[in-house]
Design a protein around this ligand. Structure first.
Ligand code: URP
Ligand code: ZN
Length: 477
């Protein structure tokens, strides 16, 4: 059956205009324009609503084993339900190669986690917890398997951090193939030294996490990475850019022709370091601070404007959530700030947060919202035009968002398994009302359909070696 979505403000790459949108029998978009219902078609009134491309979250960690007794609270079943409810119809999760595994083993492990469990579509990056010379050849196998982006960590020394010469080797191999590598930009050696200092001073509380991950280390590692990447003209991107200090460095690298793009996350745009409270917190304050332990940490609110400006002018190309959820019990079990599981949930709220804090405040146009939540990631990671855009022939992944709905975040209203949200109590304007995945109407009036069909693995293609132009078009949306 086809559906006619009538009279919404449809956000396409040409801007936003009031139009009707028809889905096709095969799950793609048939047409956008002035359309009349045909017999047997289902009709959805979208007057006063905004129609956006199904959002793509390019940064999630679902069912990630972080240690022998520690796995993220959300797996592909819960995480993808949560994503769907919030208007995300595709995740690009970080499949992870653990020490000793081949890249193919890491990927097969992630397929087993996702296949038949996810209720939205999914693609993978391949995160490498080490670099071994034989990976240079294995990267090509990943491309053949539909994975064209990788990840390396410049943090988490002794578990995942790679050294600069390994970065050079990895980027050389990646550049030869035309793939890209995302980097967690911090400096694991200095973080370790700062942790030892805090411990020696008797500091144990989660408040001290932020002091061991200063913004200067993000800036320093991004500059160091850029110098290495430029030697081999390699595509690379910074994941979860957190600090105002780093934004001018990204801009400068892009201006000199470095093949760098940047991702930030909602938490760095709307939350701040006051979440960590003060030193000597009581039990409740410590639990609150632990809930917000993530790397990089939350920064001062004074950083927000620079990050928003970076998004609006195209310096930052997309917003991922870095959804990496742990329950309060998992957070509480750690001995001190340095061993609290890193990460927070956020998958379900990205569109609503960016609409509320970005569009209603005039920081982003609707066209920019679509670009940073869907189109740019689709282009960069090789999912475009199948995903990430409302256009005839593209998958009918559609979000119907009520731009005037006022609501306040509570975890009860969400679908993840974290049992807490760092956004609790935040008033928002704009809420996802309906969601279509490949033409299937899976969120109706804010509620998930009772029987959700299985999501599909989507291959990423090589996006090509020409630099992609993410300069936004502020006047069109
Ligand atoms: O704190 C975070 N970001 N946890 C997830 C792993 C990572 O560093 O991306
Ligand atoms: Zn992450």
């Amino acid at each position: 059956m086809t559906t006619l979505l009538r009279g919404g403000l449809v956000v396409t790459e040409d801007g936003a205009r009031t139009a009707d949108l028809r889905t096709a029998q095969d799950g793609t978009i048939a047409a956008i324009g002035e359309l009349e219902p045909v017999p047997g078609e289902s009709v959805l009134d979208c007057t006063g609503m905004v129609l956006l491309p199904g959002a793509i979250d390019p940064h999630t960690h679902l069912d990630l084993e972080c240690g022998p007794d520690l796995t993220t609270a959300d797996d592909f079943a819960t995480g993808s339900r949560s994503a769907l409810a919030g208007g995300t119809t595709t995740v690009i999760d970080f499949a992870t190669q653990f020490h000793g595994q081949t890249l193919a083993e890491g990927l097969a492990h992630w397929h087993a986690k996702a296949d038949g469990h996810a209720v939205i579509d999914y693609a993978f990056h391949l995160a490498m917890t080490q670099w071994r010379p034989e990976f240079a050849a294995e990267l090509a196998d990943m491309v053949a398997a539909g994975v064209t982006s990788f990840k390396l960590y410049l943090a988490y020394r002794h578990s995942m951090m790679v050294e600069d010469d390994e970065v050079l080797a990895a980027l050389t191999a990646s550049a030869a193939l035309g793939t890209t590598i995302g980097f967690h930009c911090e400096n694991g050696r200095i973080i370790d030294a700062l942790v030892q200092r805090e411990r020696a001073a008797g500091h144990t509380g989660a408040y001290y996490h932020q002091h061991t991950h200063p913004a200067e280390l993000e800036r320093e590692s991004l500059v160091r990475l850029g110098a290495i990447a430029d030697l081999v003209d390699a595509q690379h991107y910074i994941v979860h850019l957190s600090s105002a200090l780093t934004v001018p460095e990204v801009r400068a690298a892009q201006a000199r022709g470095s093949r760098l793009v940047a991702e930030t996350c909602p938490q760095y745009l709307v939350l701040d370091h006051t979440a960590y409270g003060g030193p000597g917190a009581d039990a409740e304050g410590e639990a609150r601070a632990r809930a917000a332990v993530m790397s990089p940490p939350l920064r001062p609110a004074a950083d927000h404007d620079t990050l928003w400006a970076g998004l609006a002018d195209g310096t930052i190309s997309f917003v991922g959530t870095d959804h990496c959820s742990f329950t309060p019990e998992q957070k509480a079990a750690a001995a001190d700030f340095s061993t609290v599981p890193n990460g927070a949930p956020g998958l379900e709220l990205r569109l609503a947060l960016l609409h509320s804090h970005g569009v209603t405040t005039g920081r982003l146009t609707l066209a920019q919202l679509a670009a940073v939540t869907a189109t740019n990631a689709a282009r960069y990671f090789g999912l475009y035009p199948r995903k990430g855009v409302l256009a005839p022939g593209s998958d009918a992944d559609i979000v119907v968002l009520d731009p005037t709905a006022q609501w306040t975040v509570t975890h009860d209203a969400l679908h993840d398994a974290a049992r807490h949200t760092p956004y609790a109590g935040m008033p928002l304007t704009g809420r996802v009302r309906d969601v279509f995945l490949r033409g299937q109407h899976l969120v109706r009036d804010g509620s998930l359909a009772p029987d959700l069909p299985a999501g599909r693995f989507v291959r990423c293609e090589l996006p090509g070696r020409e630099p992609l132009d993410f300069t936004p078009t502020p006047n069109r949306g």
